[in-house]
Design a protein around this ligand. Structure first.
Ligand code: ADP
Ligand code: MG
Length: 468
């Protein structure tokens, strides 16, 4: 019976969809007019319900008549080998009742039967490494006005993962303000308190790569299932999903599954949800379900405390006036603050010199140079070509390939904006014939940034990098 249903279904949907959603199904039982099919997960069941219920109904009715019933059996995924396989029962949720009313034939009878599914214990045995950095913990994450809300929300989540209204917890803020550190700290703390929970830290970039890989290898399903057995999912730099529709879609389903099952989701982003570009509305609205907490620039006292803590941990001493000098001069990026300290220590020990104010001035100059000094055209070309993953020669070449032309025009635009060089001089330094090319580039960038979202994001990203 099921085979006949399958060939009917196969004829009616794309082969990719068929492979993904129907090949993994096994028919396990046929009793009178009730067919039991085994699906790999609850998510899988929900997906079928949402997308293929009509098709299934038609296929089944053709085979078994109008009294046909469908029973879903969920194959369980067992996270830890030493545990009893557990069974998951699908409650007859409101959602599925509403759904089944749409279906006017006896398929709707499946809901009560789902309460008592016939379950085949799972065979999977997955142990997931958390990918957490133990040095990024709460103890090292100093509290200050700038991070108080985010930090205490993080602690609350760590105490009761999935059990607070902070789900998802979205931590957002500028570069180097502690998003990654805080995200790890929450995970580390949860692992401490709840060792049995499966925690996973992943950057949005890696998540995207994994997803693309899974699509290539035709195991998108395994990818989804892998993420669905996680208790605490931490995704760093979620803004990187911008413009990636496929990844956003799969993340949306994973997110829903986890959220519905009371699992905790923690996200970080370099901007607030309202400012995110090219992220689907339905995802943005999910992000707002929980709490968005901002990490702000640390105030003076917090900067001093962070410096002292860092010195203490590295076992280094530094005169008070130098600490104050650093705290006074590096204000907007804790990573730069740490970088300056490290480089100060390195210089002084390498040259066997004391740490002096002069040395500190020198180093701070390097760290905050782009706000103080004029940005050079060379530097702009370097930043732009790095951003678009090409080398400077390509950027300067005569090619008309669109993305290279765009990169070149952006370089000219920023050269005009950030340097005092003349149009002609910008043109010749970026390998162009004359000032008209540069003028045209500036106009094009202006136009495109007001009409093309993706392009505007390029401009914003680059602007940030150049003024860092
Ligand atoms: P982001 O992910 O926001 O760019 P990171 O989490 O990578 O920033 O933080 C940059 C550096 O600053 C890290 O080394 C981190 O340990 C340190 N840092 C950030 N916030 C704090 C804090 N509140 N206390 C101590 N160190 C911090
Ligand atoms: Mg980070």
């Amino acid at each position: 019976v099921w085979n006949n249903c399958l060939s009917f279904i196969e004829d009616n949907i794309t082969s990719q969809a068929y492979k993904t959603w129907f090949e993994p199904i096994k028919a396990v039982k046929l009793a009178e007019n009730a067919l039991s099919i085994q699906v790999p997960s609850k998510f899988f069941y929900e997906w079928l319900e949402e997308h293929y219920v009509k098709l299934l109904k038609v296929a089944l009715t053709k085979e078994l008549g109008t009294t046909a019933k469908l029973v879903y059996v969920i194959k369980m995924e067992n996270t830890y080998g030493n545990k009893q396989p557990f069974t998951e029962k699908i409650p007859s949720s409101n959602r599925s009742q509403v759904k089944s009313q749409d279906v006017d034939v006896p398929l709707k009878n499946k809901s009560p039967e789902l309460k008592n599914p016939f379950v085949i214990p799972g065979i999977r045995n997955v142990k997931i490494e958390s990918q957490l950095n133990p040095n990024y913990n709460f103890e090292n994450f100093l509290e200050g006005e700038s991070n108080r809300l985010a930090r205490s929300a993080g602690l609350a989540v760590a105490n009761k993962p999935g059990g607070t209204s902070f789900n998802p917890l979205l931590v957002f803020g500028g570069v180097g303000l502690g998003k990654t550190h805080l995200a790890h700290a929450i995970g580390v703390d949860i692992k401490d308190k709840y060792p049995e929970k499966t925690v996973l830290y992943i950057s949005a970039e890696k998540f995207t790569q994994q997803y693309i890989e899974s699509v290539k290898k035709n195991n998108r399903n395994d990818f989804i299932h892998f993420y669905q057995i996680i208790d605490v999912l931490i995704v760093d730099d979620i803004q990187l999903l911008s413009g990636k529709a496929g990844t956003q879609d799969v993340f949306f389903h994973i997110f829903n599954h986890l959220h519905q099952n009371g699992k905790q989701v923690i996200l970080t982003s370099d901007k607030a949800p309202v400012d995110m570009i090219d992220i689907e509305q339905r995802l943005l609205s999910r992000f707002k379900w929980g709490l968005s907490a901002e990490l702000n620039h640390p105030d003076y006292d917090t900067r001093v405390a962070i410096i002292k803590n860092k010195l203490y941990r590295d076992g280094v001493e530094m005169p008070e006036d130098i600490i104050e000098f650093l705290a006074n001069n590096i204000k907007t990026n804790i990573r730069e603050l740490e970088g300056a300290i490290i480089s100060l220590i390195a210089h002084s020990s390498f040259n066997k010199k004391d740490i002096t104010i002069d040395l500190a001035k020198n180093i701070v100059d390097n760290y905050v140079k782009h706000t103080k000094r004029e940005v050079s055209i060379d530097y702009i070309q370097k930043v732009v070509s790095e951003y678009f993953q090409m080398d400077v020669d390509t950027l300067q070449s005569k090619t008309r390939k669109r993305h290279i032309v765009q990169a070149r025009q952006l370089a000219m635009f920023f050269a005009k904006k950030f340097t005092k060089a003349s149009l002609a001089s910008i043109g010749s330094q970026i390998g162009q014939r004359d000032h008209a090319t540069v003028l045209h580039a500036c106009k094009t960038v202006d136009n495109l940034s007001s009409t093309d979202k993706q392009f505007r994001k390029y401009v914003e990203d680059l602007q940030k990098k150049l003024t860092l």
